[in-house]
Design a protein around this ligand. Structure first.
Ligand SMILES: Nc1nc2c(ncn2[C@@H]2O[C@H](COP(=O)(O)OP(=O)(O)OP(=O)(O)O)[C@@H](O)[C@H]2O)c(=O)[nH]1
Ligand SMILES: [Zn+2]
Length: 362
């Protein structure tokens, strides 16, 4: 395990170098707020813990985790028997000022996790992400069904989704893509851009301000790395060298392998999570409720509390379809995603093998 780093000097290979934003204005945020600290985390620090060091996890490896604090990258010691898999990039932790040993992790505001292969346990991808950029391009990659799954994932994690439509420069009219994306979820921001030009920075600025944390998902080749480099601005060379390491996978494709927290222009942070590829809908009822907010809102008006909106008399959702206020397609998508969620959400076994169904809402 690594020794504690001296302030500001990266000691491990692969620990990103950080450039801290210079602040102007009359009311600058505290140093920790530059890293994404907020009242949500401050409120968790007990009176007896105020002497402890506050650190944010920057990368998670099999045998060690790296962190940052207000001075830059720092190593962090894990107590014996702790498992690095219990930590996610973006986590906030408290450490002992004398030993540098991790004391505890603070509760997460948001978390991306997926069921590990084999169905046991959860794999953590990223924590305390404010915004998920769901990246797709104005071409054959554009797939509303897949975007819905990413939206459910963002909703379930408690993170605000933004659809980023790249390669707008390659089509005559990006309008139809934009319209389709906007229709996926109520009040969904959709940004159309060319990931290779600096305009992208201005368009994404509302989500990349001081202390804000974003992450990107999307298929291979849609422009995620391009976007991260554009957002990082002139420092992108340093970042590419020290942060997101591009390697060839078994099929000879270039893939981004490092999973870490990088400073981006404007004072925000981006977590590179190339791992979120094999997405499926599981245990995400709340995420589905948000995706289909217009259906969720109508449900309390149905005569039966457990209405399936299929055949019941007095169904407010069916009435909305009949009046043309809700598309039958949307209702069908809702039904099939819920069915998929139900099928894929494991049913826990109770004493004597009795089935315990978790959180079954419909
Ligand atoms: N014309 C145009 N090309 C783009 C745009 N965004 C990305 N590209 C190009 O598309 C190719 C793939 O972009 P990447 O950024 O590597 O895609 P990625 O999503 O990071 O791919 P993976 O690392 O495999 O997940 C590169 O050649 C980019 O230069 C865009 O907005 N317009
Ligand atoms: Zn109903």
């Amino acid at each position: 395990m690594s020794a504690i780093a001296t302030c500001g000097k990266p000691t491990h290979d692969g620990v990103p170098e950080f450039s801290y934003p210079t602040l102007t204005g009359s009311n600058p945020p505290s140093s920790l707020e530059l890293l994404g600290w907020s009242d949500f985390f401050a409120a968790q620090v007990e009176p007896g813990e105020t002497e402890l060091l506050v650190r944010r996890i920057a990368s998670v490896h099999r045998a060690r985790i790296d962190a940052i604090d207000v001075s830059g990258p720092v190593g962090i010691e894990l107590p014996p028997n702790s498992n690095t898999a219990d930590f996610a990039v973006g986590d906030w932790v408290l450490a002992d000022p004398l030993t540098g040993m991790l004391v505890r992790r603070l509760d997460r505001k948001t978390v991306f996790q997926r069921r590990a292969e084999g169905g046991h346990g959860q794999q953590l991808a990223a924590a305390n992400v404010d915004t998920l950029f769901i990246v797709t391009s104005c071409n054959a990659d554009f797939n509303p069904g897949r975007l819905e799954r990413y939206l459910i994932m963002a909703n379930q994690a408690g993170t605000d989704p933004v659809i980023v439509l790249t390669k707008a420069d390659t089509v005559e009219d990006a309008g139809p893509f934009e319209q389709q994306a906007k229709a996926l979820q109520r009040d969904l921001p959709v940004v159309v851009l060319n990931a290779r030009t600096a305009d992208a920075v201005a368009l994404l600025k509302p989500w990349c301000g001081v202390g804000q944390t974003v992450t990107l998902v999307g298929s291979s080749g849609v422009g995620k790395s391009t976007l991260v480099n554009t957002l990082a601005g002139p420092q992108s060379d340093t970042m590419q060298k020290t942060g997101s390491i591009r390697e060839r996978d078994a099929k000879g494709r270039h893939t981004t392998t490092a999973r870490s927290l990088h400073a981006i222009g404007g004072g925000g942070w981006v977590i590179d999570t190339p791992g979120i590829r094999t997405l499926y809908v599981s245990d995400v009822t709340d995420g589905i409720d948000t995706l289909f907010a217009e259906i969720t809102d109508l449900a309390p008006n149905c005569r039966f509390r457990d209405c399936t909106h299929a055949h019941e008399p007095g169904c407010a959702v069916q009435a909305a379809v009949a009046k043309g206020e809700l598309s039958a397609d949307r209702l069908e998508r809702w039904r099939s995603l819920l069915a998929e969620n139900r099928d894929r959400t494991p049913v826990l076994s109770g004493p004597k093998g009795n089935k315990i169904v978790r959180k079954k809402k419909y």
